[in-house]
Design a protein around this ligand. Structure first.
Ligand SMILES: [Cu+2]
Length: 72
């Protein structure tokens, strides 16, 4: 089993529990994503994922596809 990669994405525009849920479900749908935790206070989304199945670009795509901007 490969070791999952953990990465924190900085996401703008998360304001409430709904935003948190939307992002967590959109990112969680990607195969290879093991866990997603969106934190409203810090505006970050921490994702653990299997690098053999998914990459950070796909994760960013899912977040922006849900209507949120990623700041780098
Ligand atoms: Cu919201």
């Amino acid at each position: 089993m490969p070791i999952p990669e953990a990465k924190t994405f900085h996401v703008q525009g998360m304001h409430c529990q709904h935003c948190k849920k939307v992002i967590e479900s959109m990112v969680g749908k990607l195969s290879g994503v093991e866990s997603v935790n969106a934190d409203l206070k810090s505006g970050t989304v921490e994702v653990r994922y299997n690098v053999e199945q998914v990459d950070s670009e796909a994760i960013e795509g899912a977040i922006s596809g849900a209507g949120y901007d990623i700041s780098k």
